[in-house]
Design a protein. Structure first.
Ligand code: GDP
Length: 444
């Protein structure tokens, strides 16, 4: 996500850090490079112009010339301005005082609306809501079934017209769905609407009719971040045709230039509420302008990482593991549990990508792949509970059996077992030195 942009911006700012005092010419040169980087990332021209003008004005002012470290001051300014164009404060979802809260999704076909409905449903469910999905995309063949499938995967109810009744009227479906939601006490209703390949009047009219029928608390415009400049024109068309209260960016995992993310908010004046970055239902989160800016500037997104970890780890289990670790008694079973918890947080490459400086370690990161972890998991699963508890008993014949059972070579089993012993020893020593993990000293 934003790799090229991030590389170029970091490089532009790094040239400054090698200098002491900054002349106006230095600032102009950096501004020029930032401008090119943004334009190449497909950020809308108007947005780039305003952004650059603000950076120049602030960087040439007293803020920088009187600073102890002028270059860092410029980085700070670029960061703040970036947060600004991404929307400033994090905008949370508006929930209705009198449930159900109605959220309507609008956008082009293929933008990711149906997938988003599932992601939103799962996300809402995790926050304790009882969402219901509503299938109002009655145009595209399979759209209803697709929504039912994501609904099932998210474990929520989907309201759909009975099959075999012809195309049906989406406005009627929407109305009946709201009544049903009230009756069945669903507190949030997510309405999926039809998209077309391009913007057309009929599409807008249908979306507007559904909007009038359901009176949504939020209308979310869903846009594929990979479509570049078109995102801006599409957003303007939807703003004028249907109106929306927030934006959801999808496919931020693509290696596209992602300029949409930086333009849509500024051009439409509406905030970005969520970001989607993968095909799985979990690849979805609240959009935080400040964290996104940090990621783009290669400053990492440690906050998101911590939040994901908090969700994935069971506190008691983690404390028990820490205590065992410090006493050198960690077993392969604990190791497997911890690995599964980490993996719940998403693909390992995505996680590492949130660390500061990740942009510069891209090549190494590409080598850490989930397949390797799959293999480790398979090997541990091929062991008996006794072996996992006491890895010292895993002798030659046991290694052969495990290798055969989990479809790997004996060497791979050896590697895992040996590395586990080394890691256990090292961690116990570290735990002893730093005094964490319930006071147990190193025994191994
Ligand atoms: P709709 O026509 O707007 O309902 O779009 P869909 O939800 O059917 O999505 C279109 C395609 O984009 C599907 O193949 C989805 O799996 C895919 N998709 C949706 N969101 C994302 C995302 O965040 N990342 C990636 N890589 N693919 C996505």
């Amino acid at each position: 996500m934003f790799d090229t942009l991030s590389d170029r911006l970091t490089a532009a700012l790094q040239t400054l850090t090698r200098k002491g005092r900054l002349s106006d010419a230095d600032i102009d040169a950096t501004a020029r490079e930032i401008r090119i980087a943004l334009l190449e990332a497909d950020v809308a021209l108007g947005v780039v112009k305003t952004f650059i003008a603000r950076i120049k004005e602030r960087a040439k002012g007293a803020e920088v010339s009187q600073a102890l470290n002028p270059a860092q001051q410029v980085v700070k300014i670029v960061n703040e301005e970036l947060v600004g164009i991404l929307g400033g404060e994090t905008r949370r979802l508006n929930l209705a005082k009198n449930p159900p809260t109605v959220i309507m999704l609008a956008g082009l076909q293929g933008a990711g609306k149906t997938t988003l409905a599932g992601k939103l449903a799962l996300w809402l469910k995790k926050q304790g809501h009882a969402p219901m999905l509503v299938a109002c995309d009655l145009q595209r063949p399979n759209a209803v079934t697709q929504l039912q499938v994501v609904g099932e995967r998210a474990g929520v109810v989907t309201f759909a017209p009975e099959p075999g009744n012809g195309v049906g009227d989406p406005v009627d479906v929407a109305r009946r769905a709201i009544a049903e939601a009230k009756h069945a006490q669903h507190d949030v209703v997510v309405v999926d609407t039809a998209g077309r390949l391009g913007v057309d009047e009929e599409l807008m009219k249908q979306a507007a009719d559904i909007r009038d029928a359901v009176q949504p608390d939020e209308t979310l415009f869903v846009v594929d971040a990979m479509i570049g400049q078109d995102a801006v024109t599409t957003a303007e068309a939807f703003r004028d045709g249907v109106g929306f209260s927030g934006v959801v960016l999808t496919k931020l995992d693509g290696d596209a230039r992602g300029g949409a993310a930086l333009s849509v908010r500024e051009v439409t004046g509406q905030p970005i509420l969520f970001a989607s970055n993968g095909e799985k239902l979990e690849d979805f989160d609240t959009f935080h302008p400040d964290r996104m800016a940090s990621r783009i500037l290669g400053m990492g997104d440690v906050l998101t990482l911590i939040e994901q970890a908090e969700q994935a780890f069971d506190q008691d289990q983690a404390e028990q593991a820490a205590a065992k670790l410090s006493s050198g008694q960690l077993t392969l079973e604990d190791f497997l549990e911890q690995m599964l918890a980490v993996r719940k947080m998403g693909p390992i490459g995505n996680l590492l990508g949130m660390l500061p400086g990740a942009g510069q370690m891209k090549d190494q990161l590409a080598q850490v792949d989930d397949k390797h972890l799959d293999k480790l998991q398979a090997i541990i699963r091929g062991m008996t509970p006794a072996e996992r508890d006491n890895p010292k008993m895993i002798n030659g014949s046991r290694r052969l059996r495990i290798a055969n059972g989990s479809g790997v070579t004996v060497r791979e089993v050896n590697d895992l077992v040996n590395r586990f012993f080394e890691a256990r020893k090292m961690m116990a020593q570290m735990a002893g030195r730093f005094g964490f993990g319930g006071g147990g000293g190193s025994k191994s």
